[in-house]
Ligand binder design. Structure first.
Ligand code: NAD
Ligand code: TYD
Length: 359
């Protein structure tokens, strides 16, 4: 449908939300590749989830190819100015409010950032369209709702989002596709399963359990612990996005998954066992004794599982990391990142941000 994009066409790639978990891994991934020669403009509001420390080494190593701008994607004029100042020719859109539990407590920011923020970017992208070669929207499998014991999410699975988070992401997906159909904006979309790996904010299941387990705190498991997620190591997700950015057909959605369906309770047990081996517990009691079943999340989706055969068959992508190897790498990263963890937990990195970028 569209010719493959040559690597050198991404001269000025706008990455939104690049100080978050997946965005910062994506920027790190791109700078490790020889087939990306462009410049990255990372636009991030620096919410509680955004941490420029994640990319401090990249900023130092690539001063002419990495630009950071603290800005809110909901602020139309700032975004317009950034597109124009840096002659943005491609967008990879990660910025979002991303945590389901927060969307249950306080959905407003999800509506603004995920829907209005995406709309702003689309409008500006449309206005610079002849020079914009690609707008990639990073989304989630949660838009498809919940599966029973059988079946997989395919790209043609109807949308049935169940949380304010997934409903806001579904809405943004529809807007992105509409801008392709109505205005011919060269969009691609990816809907990915649960990610894990370095730099994930410790509110999500895996880093939360790792940090609590290292401190001997209770490990909260919602409901009966038998909810299933399909886990993907974050670097594999970055590789999928880069593949779709370059080779994906415009107007198309690609599902991304890890072939790693696991019940929550099994993950928590695996983390306990691996940590016991890697960092023997001080008191001697195995960490599984910390597992605590707590009230279920309202509207908790039972099972997610992804059919990624379209991405595999059309564009040749498959995940490379097994859950066992990826989890070991992830635990090892958290064990050795004492300063990062201290900053995130103590709020010191907020102070650090204020020193660098103002209050
Ligand atoms: P994250 O919460 O770690 O990071 C989000 C980033 O966006 C933060 O740096 C934050 O400061 C920034 N941001 C928030 N609001 C903003 C705004 N108004 N303007 C500019 N920046 C803003 O999220 P993540 O886990 O890295 O997820 C990134 C994207 O991937 C999201 O769109 C999410 O829906 C999607 N996704 C995540 C997962 C997952 O398992 N984490 C899976 C599939 C898809
Ligand atoms: P989470 O990491 O919040 O991702 P998502 O809700 O986007 O899938 O949660 C992953 C699974 O773990 C989900 O089924 C909810 C569950 N969970 C717990 O059991 N305990 C926790 O403390 C958290 C944060 C999540």
């Amino acid at each position: 449908m569209n010719p493959q994009i040559k690597n050198n066409e991404f001269k000025n790639l706008l990455v939104t939300g690049g100080c978050g978990f997946i965005g910062s891994n994506f920027i790190r991934y791109l700078f490790s590749r020889s087939d990306f020669e462009g410049r990255i403009i990372n636009v991030d509001k620096l919410t509680y989830a955004g941490n420029p420390e994640n990319l401090a080494d990249i900023a130092e190593a690539h001063p002419s190819r990495y630009i950071f701008r603290q800005a809110d994607i909901c602020d139309f004029s700032s975004m317009e100015e950034i597109f124009s100042q840096y002659a943005v020719d491609a967008v990879c859109h990660f910025a979002a409010e991303s945590h389901v539990d927060r969307s249950i407590r306080d959905p407003g920011s999800f509506i603004f950032t995920n829907i209005v923020g995406t709309f702003n970017l689309l409008e500006i992208a449309k206005s610079v369209m002849p020079s914009l070669v690609r707008f990639h929207h990073v989304s989630t499998d949660e838009v498809y709702g919940s599966l029973g014991p059988q079946g997989l999410f395919r790209e043609d699975t109807p949308y049935r989002p169940n949380s304010p988070y997934s409903a806001s992401k579904a809405s943004s997906d529809h807007l992105v596709r509409a801008y392709f159909k109505t205005f011919g904006l060269p969009v691609t979309l990816s809907n990915c399963s649960n990610n894990y790996g370095p730099y994930q904010f410790p509110e999500k299941l895996i880093p939360l359990v790792v940090l609590n387990a290292l401190e001997g705190k209770p490990l909260p498991v919602y409901g009966d612990g038998k909810n299933v997620r399909d886990w993907l190591y974050v670097e594999d997700h970055c590789d999928a996005i880069w593949t779709i950015l370059r080779k994906g057909r415009t107007g198309e959605t690609y599902n991304v998954g890890g072939n790693a369906e696991i019940e929550n309770i099994v993950i928590v047990q695996q983390i306990c066992d691996l940590l016991d081996e890697m960092v023997p517990p001080k008191g001697g009691a195995p960490r599984r004794t910390l597992i605590t079943f707590v009230s279920d999340r309202p509207g908790h989706d039972r099972r997610y599982a992804i059919d990624f055969s379209k991405l595999r068959d059309e564009l040749g992508w498959t995940p490379t990391e097994s859950f066992t190897s990826g989890l070991r790498k992830t635990l090892s990263w958290y064990i050795h990142q004492k300063a990062w963890i201290e900053h995130v937990k103590s709020g010191a990195y907020r102070t650090w941000i204020c020193e660098q970028y103002g209050p």
